[in-house]
Design a protein. Structure first.
Length: 667
């Protein structure tokens, strides 16, 4: 049995931040630290005091973590980045909000003496001394996971023990965050003494003042009663200083949810797995109603999590297509109106949405990536709504005459028509690039809907069923938020964001097969109607070819796919490296990672060719792939007794400690 904790983090936005640059603005970004260990860095939002990030992360943590802190930084090109402030949420605070912490939190000042981490191993004893006196004996044994205070990413720690006006110090251990001292100190214990014993850890510096690493304070009276105490004690910050009042450093809007789980041995879940798999294999012909019961008893808040976990289970069992097919049949069985099919947040809709993100992300990048890049590079002002047109944003079309509103609308329509036509053309050419498992799933969906609504008046319903997932729940959200789908490293500015939103609306109209209801909502989208109508014909032809995949062809494509398993998680990550002494200390080297059920691969670019045998890409090498069976045995046996596991998650890949230098990924 194992316990694990995970955090769902959404960093929304900041407001009223102080200006850190001479221009009267800042370039803010956020760093997330767990017990003072950085694990996440958001994008930088340039020249603003009210930044919007909207970034989401799923973080897996050891159950014994104490706090998660959000630091708002100001990026500087030439000097060290400025710290604006922080928000700290303890584990107890998060546990007190089972539905998650959500809202605005005031930034507080960052005091270096409060930035502590790690534990110290002490043995405290009360022993007889000379002349019938008692001695307080303090043995300083070792420490672990101390905060790095020097440029080399380590510290030069020593311990200072204070009691009753006397101070004693250990020796200095150079360049270590895991020092060992094994030194003993004795203090004469006076009768009725009420003073506390204070054990402080410091980082020694030759030139500047020593840096505080944390302290532990003991009640001497309790020690006298216990006579002996030994163990690992967590270092605490120095809270004796006065802090600046809250509210003058701005605020940060966060959504954070802590989830604690107890994971039993895999054998304990086998009866349930077998029962679920048997029901999926039998489909609606079987006697069981377990999948339907799960859907009925699942609340709206946790339906996405249930859908994702079920999908992962059936992906591992090779039954993802059959599972989705069963959900399609259950959804169709209780739907009488074709216009509402798959429009609710049902288990089928959520599962299919998760499936496309797992199996179709690489396909999405190939189709949508060039169009998104072009929109970001052009940075054109695009607006179709006459009530929102701002002529001043456009400049001049001639030498002296500013553009009129009609000219702005016409140029915007031309730009959007070009982007929409390019997207539909790329989609039409992408049939063979679509993963076989996705095509087979859409084929099942198309057939089930056509069987349920066979009449001529419903001839478009099978196509709309496919586009409700492909366009409305996959392509359009990726257009509106390309960073969340790893299409871009940064969020769009206001002008580009508006262009993307209008393009996404046009794609939705095409996906709805240009119904009168969709046209009536926003009449100002009328200039795009010729391209939309042409796109409907293109999309129907594309779907016809997409679902036209025979069993034999599916098996052949599936064999090719098995050699390159669909990624469970992929995207850009950063390897944290600490260099030697010099002006550049820590650096993050960007690589593109892809994790499948079979291997972990990483490369300098997303589309690099795969090679095996080295731990990182060399100058002439594009990519590295490491089988999972080569990773886990070494991480469990060769690394020795790890006190905390390494972190592998979106945003960072780095060892939690410096003691062992990171996981060995290969022979």
């Amino acid at each position: 049995m194992a316990k694990r904790s995970s955090l769902s983090i959404r960093i929304v936005e900041g407001k009223n931040l102080p200006a850190k640059d001479i221009t009267g603005s800042s370039d803010p970004y956020c760093i997330v630290k767990v017990d003072n260990e950085p694990i996440i860095r958001t994008a930088t939002v340039w020249k603003t005091l009210c930044p919007f990030w909207g970034e989401e992360y799923q973080v897996h943590l050891p159950p014994a973590f104490h706090a998660v802190a959000f630091y708002v930084m100001d990026e500087d090109a030439l000097s060290r980045d400025d710290v604006i402030g922080k928000v700290c949420l303890t584990r107890d605070t998060l546990a007190a909000h089972p539905k998650g912490f959500s809202g605005w939190a005031h930034l507080t000042e960052v005091d270096p003496d409060e930035e502590v981490q790690g534990e110290i191993h002490l043995r405290l004893e009360v022993v007889p001394g000379p002349r019938a006196r008692r001695l307080l004996r303090c043995s300083v044994l070792e420490a672990r996971d101390l905060a790095p205070k020097d440029r080399n990413g380590a510290s030069d720690p020593f311990v200072r023990v204070r009691y009753s006006g006397r101070t004693q110090e250990t020796s200095i251990v150079k360049k270590s965050r895991y020092p060992r001292w094994n030194e003993m100190f004795e203090f004469e214990l006076e009768e009725g003494a009420a003073e506390a014993l204070c054990v402080e850890a410091w980082d020694w510096d030759l030139v500047s003042r020593n840096d505080f690493l944390g302290k532990v304070v003991f009640n001497v009276q309790k020690l006298c009663a216990a006579q002996k105490e030994e163990g690992w004690f967590r270092l605490q910050p120095d809270q004796s200083k006065n802090r600046r009042g809250e509210g003058n450093l701005g605020s940060l809007q966060l959504e954070v949810r802590l989830r604690d789980e107890t994971v039993l041995p895999s054998g304990c879940y086998q009866p349930l797995v077998q029962l679920l798999c048997r029901e999926v294999k039998l489909g609606t012909q079987g006697p069981g109603q377990l999948i339907a019961l799960i859907e009925e008893t699942t609340s709206t808040e946790c339906r996405q999590d249930v859908a994702t976990n079920l999908l992962k289970l059936f992906l591992g069992q090779g039954l993802a297509k059959d599972f989705l097919d069963l959900l399609f049949q259950l959804e169709l069985g209780r739907t009488s109106e074709a216009n509402t099919l798959f429009r609710s947040n049902s288990l089928a809709s959520k599962s299919m949405e998760s499936f496309l993100k797992v199996a179709g992300m690489r396909y999405l990048h190939g189709v949508l990536g060039p169009i998104i890049d072009k929109v970001f590079e052009e940075k054109k002002y695009v607006e179709l709504d006459p009530s929102k047109v701002e002529v001043k944003d456009v400049g001049c079309s001639g030498l002296h005459r500013p553009q009129t509103e009609a000219e702005v609308l016409e140029q915007s329509a031309q730009t959007l028509r070009a982007h929409l036509a390019a997207l539909l053309s790329a989609l039409s050419r992408s049939v063979r690039a679509c993963p076989a498992v996705v095509r087979a799933t859409f084929r099942q969906l198309f057939r089930r809907v056509r069987e349920r609504f066979p009449s001529a008046q419903h001839e478009n319903v099978p196509f709309i069923a496919v586009t409700s997932f492909l366009c409305l729940r996959f392509v359009s959200p990726a257009i509106m938020a390309p960073k969340l789908f790893h299409l871009r490293e940064r969020h769009a500015d206001a002008r580009t964001s508006r262009t993307l939103l209008l393009l996404a609306k046009a794609v939705q109209n095409v996906g709805n097969m240009d119904t009168p209801a969709s046209r009536a909502k926003e009449a100002w989208m009328e200039p795009l109607q010729p391209t939309v109508r042409q796109g409907v014909a293109q999309l129907k032809d594309f779907i016809t070819k997409l679902v036209d995949i025979e069993e034999k062809e599916e098996l052949g494509l599936q064999r090719a796919l098995s050699l390159q398993a669909p990624p469970v998680k992929e995207g850009p990550l950063f390897i944290h490296r600490t260099k030697g002494k010099g002006p550049l200390m820590s650096s993050f080297k960007k690589l593109h990672f892809s994790l499948t059920t079979e291997a972990l691969s990483f490369a300098k670019t997303p589309n690099s060719k795969t090679s095996r045998g080295r731990r990182e890409p060399s100058r002439g090498q594009a990519s590295v792939t490491i089988c999972l069976h080569c990773i886990w045995p070494r991480s469990l046996t060769e690394l020795g007794p790890l006190r905390q596991p390494p972190l592998l998650q979106k945003g960072r890949l780095r060892p939690r400690t410096r003691k062992w230098g990171g996981p060995r990924l290969g022979p």
